[in-house]
Design a protein around this ligand. Structure first.
Ligand code: G6P
Length: 489
């Protein structure tokens, strides 16, 4: 976020997301240590030079005192970031509760948590109220920083109420909203107690974006079926006001990955890995430890593959990186135990005194190590049960220029629509199918591997994150703001 040119005449872009691209650790009464995280959105916006970008997002740290808050605001300002302070109780209901226990599973077709279903239903209203309150707090911070002529880009399922809150403050503000998850079939969205309020709030935006055409179509269907509005090829119309709805598939900053694997220290790392696993094929999974990633299903498929293909025992190793996430949400805690149990069983069944088939790692890795791992991989397994896009599949392809390994990809990841022709597409729920895909991938002739890789490499290196951000921003900028808003159902 520092690479932006600071000339004052540039138009400003306010990016509002639940998380900032910087995390802060308090080091004293008024001193902070900041660490920049280069996620997908950050790398997409680093390339945007026509706009002055400012980020607004949750501070993530509890700062009860004024001195602390003031000093954090000042420290973050140097990174062009503005914190939104949310207290712990609100975070619990808004982030752990409504965002990650209700919206997240529902948008990924997993339904509401079944075991504590009654508790979820009972606490629904308080979580929804907290969600609206948190969105209003984000809107208040946007209001403080907004200047006429700015455009405001809101991100993801955490902030579905934000477009409405912003337009209520200023109907002339130009507001875009982009969803990074799938938007489910209207039949799923219909089950939400707050189904109409959420749709109405999003429709307050001028431009609404999704990763795929299917997600956009589901959203328009939900608006026509639930709200009785008119869907047009451009979007959704309500009493003459159009909300533009369109697909903008995200990509990665592929150059960054291509450059990284050329670095001498990364090349050394690649050599070390190759030495260490000589004679064995390397398979790789890189996921947040999340239900939607289908890690247990993937492990069961790998177990089935080992059962059916004894000739591969000791000749293949699966690295499964499972980055801990949302660890305060009970569903995620249960998943961790389940995954550990399956890994233990498989390693117990198929390990020897010197080798184990699975290296399971509950942690994240730095960019260089990750790129080296991608580069030495023969077969990547991306088997999400649902995934908005899944950029691990893109990152793997970007690092495979020399190896030309195989990508096994879930048909339920948004990326299946762009990398489908080069990957082996699978239904992650069908462990027999995934086990056969693993065997097929490991035995694939080099000619077929090269052809498949080439298809995906061209896509990944031409449809970049920067292009994605530029397209969305320029469409938003061209949108005519129609001030009249729907306020009732
Ligand atoms: C998904 C969401 C992002 C979120 C990320 C990590 O990719 O679409 O908005 O930031 O998961 O989840 P977390 O809850 O740790 O922010």
């Amino acid at each position: 976020c520092e690479r932006q040119d600071r000339r004052p005449h540039k138009q400003r872009l306010l990016v509002v997301a639940n998380r900032l691209p910087v995390s802060a650790v308090r080091k004293g009464e008024s001193s902070w240590q900041l660490e920049v995280t280069i996620g997908g959105l950050v790398s997409a916006l680093l390339g945007i030079t026509d706009f002055e970008v400012k980020w607004i997002g949750w501070a993530e740290v509890n700062v009860p005192d004024e001195i602390g808050r003031k000093s954090l605001i000042e420290a973050l300002a140097e990174k062009r970031c503005v914190p939104v302070f949310l207290d712990e109780d609100l975070v619990h209901l808004y982030y752990n509760g409504y965002c990650n226990n209700i919206l997240w599973p529902l948008f990924h077709y997993l339904g509401l948590p079944q075991e504590d279903c009654l508790a979820t239903i009972r606490s629904f209203q308080s979580q929804f109220d907290a969600y609206k309150k948190a969105n209003q707090l984000f809107a208040d911070v946007v209001k403080e920083h907004y200047q006429e002529g700015d455009i405001v880009w809101c991100h993801d399922y955490h902030l579905m109420f934000l477009p409405k809150c912003l337009k209520e403050q200023n109907a002339n503000m130009k507001v875009g909203w982009f969803l990074h998850t799938p938007f489910p079939s209207s039949e799923i969205h219909r089950t939400m107690p707050s189904r109409s309020e959420l749709l109405i709030a999003v429709l307050a935006a001028d431009l609404v974006g999704f990763h795929t055409y299917d997600y956009a179509r589901h959203f328009v269907s939900a608006c026509t079926r639930i709200l009785g509005l008119e869907g047009t090829p451009e979007g959704v119309e309500d009493q003459g006001r159009l909300t533009r709805v369109a697909a903008f598939p995200v990509g990665i900053d592929s150059d960054r990955f291509v450059r990284t694997i050329q670095l001498p220290q990364v090349k050394n790392h690649i050599k070390e890995f190759e030495e260490r696993f000589r004679g064995r094929k390397v398979m790789l999974g890189v996921d947040r430890l999340d239900m939607i990633k289908g890690i247990p299903q993937k492990l069961l498929a790998f177990e089935k593959f080992l059962e059916e293909n004894p000739e591969w025992h000791e000749k293949v190793v699966l690295f499964q990186i499972a980055v801990p996430t949302r660890t305060d949400v009970p569903e995620y805690q249960k998943l961790t135990c389940q995954v550990h149990e399956i890994v233990g069983r498989i390693n117990g069944r198929f390990g020897t005194l010197t080798t184990v088939p699975i290296h399971h790692l509950d942690r994240s890795f730095d960019h260089h190590t990750l790129c080296a791992l991608y580069a030495v991989t023969d077969v990547a397994l991306v088997t999400s049960l649902r995934d908005g896009m899944n950029l691990v599949s893109y990152e793997f392809v970007a690092c495979q220029a020399s190896k030309k390994g195989v990508l096994i990809l879930s048909e339920f990841a948004g990326a299946a629509q762009s990398l489908g022709a080069g990957a082996i597409l699978v239904n992650p729920w069908n462990v027999t199918e995934v086990a056969s895909a693993i065997a097929y991938a490991l035995n694939m002739p080099s000619e077929e591997r090269e052809k498949r890789h080439h298809h995906n490499y061209v896509h990944v290196t031409t449809h970049t994150s920067q292009e994605w951000a530029e397209t969305f921003i320029s469409e938003l900028n061209d949108t005519v703001v129609e001030a009249q808003l729907r306020t009732t159902q």
